[in-house]
Structure formats: C-alpha cells, structure tokens
Design a protein around this ligand. Sequence first.
Ligand code: FAD
Length: 322
Amino acid sequence: MTHSAMKVTEILSRSKETRFSFELLPPLKGSSIQVIYDAIDPLMEFNPLNINITYHQSEVEYRRLPGGLLEKRIIRKRPGTIGIAAAIMNKYQVMVVPHLICGGFTREETEDALIDLHFLGIRNILALRGDPQKGEKYFIPEEGGHAHTLTLVEQIINMNRGIYLDENLKNAIPTDFCVGVAGYPEKHFEAPNMEADLRHLKAKIDAGAEYIVTQMFFDNRKYFDFVERCRKAGINVPIIPGIKPINTLRDIELLPRTFHIDLPEELVREIQKCKTNQEAKEVGIEFCIAQSKELVKAGVPAIHYYTIGVSDNIRKIAAAVF
Ligand code: FAD
C-alpha cells in the first residue's frame, strides 16, 4: 500500500522517530492552487507524515448600500478543502488529512462529503466542530447538523461499519476512515473546567477517534501536563503536539486573543525588543526550534506545525529539527 493510502496511526505505530507534519489553509477564493504547491514544495524534503488542509465555513459580511441600508451577504472565502486534499495526495503521493467540521453542514451534507472522500481514496480526517461564525458569539449548528464533534465522530465511525443515514440502504459499503480530533492543553475556551474538557475529549476517543492533535501552545510544560492528565483520564491514543512560530510583532496580541492561549514571558519580552516583523519572525523561528527540540527529546510521535500559509520559517525550523 502506498504511504498516501495509509492511516496516520498505522504510520505512527511503525515510526521510531518523531515525524514532521504541517497544515495549510486553502487559498483565498480566486487564487490558484499553485499557492499551495509553492508552500509545500520547500517542505517535502522533510518527508512529512501528512499534510492537513483546514476547513473554513462561510462568513457573514454586511455591506453598506447607497442610502445607508445594510446588505447581509454570506460568503465562503476559502473553499476547496476536499479538492485540494485530493490534488496534493495525487501530486506528492503524501498522506493528506482534510479537516471536516460540524459548522455549516447538515448530517446529510456530512455524509455526502464522506462519500466524496472515500471515493477519492482519502482515509484520514481531522474531525472538528468549527469556531463560532465570524460575527457570532456562540457556535450555532446547522439545522440537522452536529452541535459537537462527538456526534460527527460517531457518524464517521458508523459509516466505517456500513451504517449510513438512510436505514433502508442494504449492503452499503463500509468506509475505513482514521479519525483524529482536537485537544486543548490550555483548555477549550468554552469548557467550564479542564476536567469537563477532558471528559468530552475522552468521549470522542471512546466513540472511535484514534489520535489527538493539540491546539498550539508555547510552553512545553503545558503539553506534558496535558498528556499526563489525558493518560490518567484513560485517554491512551497518540497525542500530537501542534505548534506555531511567532511570525509578526502583532502575534503576541493576536494569538492569545484568537486561540485562548498564554505566551511565556521570556518570549513576549524578546518579541517586544524587536523593531520589525522580520526581527520578530527570526525570534519566532529560534524559539520554535528550541521548543521542537525539547519535544523531540521527549519522544513525541510527531510535531504538527501550523503554517498559516507561511512556509519559509517552517522550512528553517524543519531543517534544524528533522
Ligand atoms: P468539540 O469537541 O465539540 O468541543 C467544543 C466545546 O464543547 C469544548 O469546550 C468541549 O469541552 C465542549 N463539549 C464537547 N462535547 C460536549 C457535550 N456533549 N456537552 C457539552 N459540552 C461539550 N476550526 C475550523 O473551523 N476549521 C479547521 O480546519 C480547524 N482546524 C483545527 C485544527 C486543530 C488541531 C485544532 C486544535 C482546532 C482547529 N479548529 C478548526 C478550531 C476548532 O474548530 C475550535 O477550537 C472549536 O471551537 C472546537 O472544536 P472541537 O472539535 O474541539 O469541538
């Protein structure tokens, strides 16, 4: 079987060393897929375990019309996750992990997306809920869609058993998806406490998810503590740390606000000394190399890098670590 047709967990169970993995955003609507290839090309020499492709639900935008009225428009700025995943898999023969979210999908639409993925030969999925839609305070599921990732995982695992939504389907082909889910070393921002968050995480694993990718963190102790708490809670699947280098001066404000995480004081002080984005980027690279090296030393199964479409810094980090 080719590498691209395997499951993330199959490869991890055979790998003795920490593997390199990264995620990309689909390009903005109207851009070429070449943008994605240009981001991937410099990273292929590090033999990625897999490449993730994020999923972006539509956003609500208000446009002021002549006369002052506001027009509400729903637009999807970064479509194409499944198509991009298939294109990358075919071009690079690499394992791809498209993200599938609850937001914006009815259960029927989720089933159709899963059928597309199955027909395309894509076997790995990262199942997520999605954040509240831009402009909304709370996550609002689609009518007939999933309110939590748990039931999305259950739907995928049901299809792995040949159980589709239409009960009258006879002898439906079972799929064979390997499902990953998200975990939060610093707690998901909506969870009332860490124990409740871990309980919900365990439910996703008990439902059949096979591995966890963490939200970004900048203090490795938070990851190590999280793994320990997961193990104590009976969560025994691989937990892949997700990390991101600081890229601009503003990241020290934006990342905590967007991802509900803390930044270590030593990193904040170093970034505050920088005068340009380029200087901040260099500090970010150095910090991320040190962070990655400590994770490798601790024997983590893989390190997942959030590239946010920028790969020159990830290339420098990968060259120093892998
Ligand atoms: P869930 O597992 O549903 O958890 C969400 C919250 O609900 C948590 O607080 C949890 O404790 C709680 N909860 C869970 N089950 C229950 C229950 N039964 N009852 C009550 N509370 C419950 N977003 C995107 O839109 N697109 C992406 O591509 C994307 N990729 C991501 C990749 C990674 C690795 C990570 C870590 C996040 C990603 N996100 C993405 C963001 C993610 O969608 C958000 O963090 C979202 O707010 C939560 O998703 P989840 O799958 O963890 O949700």
